[in-house]
Structures are given as structure tokens and as C-alpha cells.
Design a protein around this ligand. Structure first.
Ligand SMILES: C[S@@+](CC[C@H](N)C(=O)[O-])C[C@H]1O[C@@H](n2cnc3c(N)ncnc32)[C@H](O)[C@@H]1O
Length: 269
């Protein structure tokens, strides 16, 4: 969805996404991953938190969560659903984070980093590294477009609930340079007697795991784990990759990721 659609369809965000995203599983996984990596402290920054689905669950699990998102409409939905009582919500851009305080960990889930085109990915990684204390942890995911066996040019989806039905169609293509994927989509919403159609376009970065990890390292992180969500037991797809990284102190930067055949990188210096 584009920002215009987030505004128009904010009230349907949870209905649509709960159909496709296993929020309980993902939040449990993040908590487990951070604790297994010996997280010190509990200040967690949820980047592109949308309606605070993960943030609320992680607050219930004992984290002090701050959620940041570009969409005021989605943040208003989070507040309307009572989630702002448990987490701090901030409207802002993850490429220019508005927060001054330091965090013990950060997360950015469900492919938001694919929206960072050109230099924006490095800008976001750099800004996130600045917001983490040395040794702070960062969990994120992205679509790896190198997984060509999972490339799908067109598909349909449907979400139904509360007397509402949303039919979605998507058409994806990649530009000639192989850098940007365009997803043209239509959302047809049937609410009571009303039918409305919303057409939008998303532009996603065509990423490859090695490239993302190299960028991460150049921005001040070292990679602790990287694997497809399938390997991590999070999703059946192999196209989506999850990463756990650690912010390194300035004088220790220059770490390199040593990839392992099983999809998990070992910590490297
Ligand atoms: C694919 S959704 C994922 C949201 C959430 N993490 C989840 O799993 O439900 C993408 C989200 O990223 C937000 N977003 C996109 N670009 C952003 C940016 N530059 N800064 C902050 N949020 C952004 C959108 O408003 C939207 O909430």
C-alpha cells in the first residue's frame, strides 16, 4: 500500500494484514531472538510500526516500546484501538529519525526496508545505528529478489471480516536496470452496501541478501544471524530474509559477514 492508501484504508489495515501476517508468531520470535542474543536493557524501537501490532505484543512481553511510522492515519488507528496506552507512538521518517534517546534494540518487520530506494537504505541503516547504544541489537526483514523461483508477476488476495470484504489484485514488474520492482494494485472494498475501489502503486527495492548485509556492515553493524524466514520457522516462503545485527562501537567497525551454507551467518570481525 502507498501512503495515500494508508490514509484511505487505515481502518482496514488490521483486517487486511492480520489475514497474511502472523503477528503473534513474529513478536514471540523477536522477543526470543533478542533475549537469546543476551539483550541488555528493554528499550525497543519499532521502526515503521503501522498500527502497533508488534509493538503492543512486545510491550506485553516486558519491553518499553517506542513505535515510529510515517503514516498519521495508521498511528491514529493504533491509538483508537487502545494501543497507545502501552507504547509510545511517534510520527516520523525512519530515514531521518526524530528521536534523540538511545535504544537497546530496534526492529523493522514485514519488508518496510524494501521501500528504501537508492541511498535511502544506507541512510536508514546509518540513522538506526546512531539510535542504538553500542552493542544494541537490530532485527529486520526484507524480500530477497534473488529468490527467483518465488518471483510472482501477478496474484489475487482476499480479506474478510466484520461484514467487510477486500479483494486485492497485484501486478509486479522489475525495471530494466533490475533495481526497482513496481507493484500496481487494486483494492476493491465492500463495506455494508458501499463498494469502493482504490488503485495504487508501490516501488520496492530489488534487494539481494549479500548487498543488504554489506550495506549494513558499512553503516556500523555486524551480522549475528541471517536466514530465510522459512529456515527460521516464521513463514513458508524462502523469498523473505530475516537478520539479527548488532551496532558496533565506532572503533570496532569494518566487521565482515561470513555466510554459512545453512543460511545463517556466523559472527565475523
Ligand atoms: C509493509 S507495512 C509494515 C508495517 C508493520 N511493521 C507491520 O508489520 O505491520 C509498511 C509500513 O511502513 C511505513 N513506512 C513506509 N515508509 C516509511 C518511512 N520512510 N518512515 C517511517 N515509516 C514508513 C508505512 O507507513 C507502513 O506503516
Amino acid at each position: 500500500m502507498s501512503q495515500v492508501e494508508y490514509k484511505e484504508l487505515a481502518h482496514l489495515y488490521d483486517l487486511i494484514n492480520e489475514e497474511f501476517i502472523a503477528y503473534d508468531l513474529q513478536a514471540t520470535y523477536v522477543a526470543r531472538l533478542l533475549r537469546a542474543a543476551n539483550l541488555r536493557g528493554n528499550r525497543l524501537l519499532d521502526l515503521a510500526c503501522a498500527t502497533a501490532q508488534h509493538a503492543t505484543r512486545l510491550a506485553a512481553a516486558g519491553f518499553a516500546v517506542t513505535g515510529v511510522d510515517l503514516s498519521p492515519a495508521l498511528l491514529a488507528q493504533a491509538a483508537a484501538r487502545g494501543r497507545a496506552r502501552r507504547v509510545q507512538l511517534v510520527c516520523g521518517d525512519i530515514r531521518r529519525l526524530p528521536l534523540l534517546k538511545s535504544f537497546d534494540a530496534a526492529m523493522c518487520l514485514n519488508h518496510t526496508l524494501n521501500y528504501m530506494l537508492g541511498d535511502d537504505l544506507a541512510r536508514a541503516f546509518h540513522d538506526i545505528a546512531q539510535r542504538l547504544r553500542p552493542g544494541g541489537l537490530f532485527v529486520f526483514d526484507f524480500f530477497d529478489y534473488g529468490a527467483k523461483d518465488e518471483w510472482i508477476a501477478a496474484w489475487r488476495e482476499c480479506a474478510i471480516g466484520d461484514g467487510i470484504r477486500v479483494d486485492m489484485t497485484h501486478r509486479q514488474s522489475i525495471d530494466a536496470a533490475g533495481r526497482v520492482a513496481t507493484d500496481v494494485h487494486t483494492y476493491e472494498v465492500r463495506e455494508s452496501e458501499r463498494v469502493s475501489t482504490h488503485v495504487g502503486e508501490d516501488h520496492l527495492r530489488v534487494t539481494h541478501t549479500e548487498e543488504v548485509l554489506a550495506e549494513l556492515v558499512s553503516c556500523g553493524f555486524r551480522v549475528l544471524k541471517a536466514g530465510t524466514k522459512h529456515q527460521l520457522g516464521l513463514e513458508p516462503t524462502t523469498k523473505s530474509v530475516a537478520v539479527l545485527a548488532q551496532a558496533v562501537p565506532r572503533d570496532m567497525r569494518g566487521a565482515r559477514w561470513l555466510g554459512c551454507g545453512d543460511g545463517f551467518g556466523s559472527v565475523a570481525k
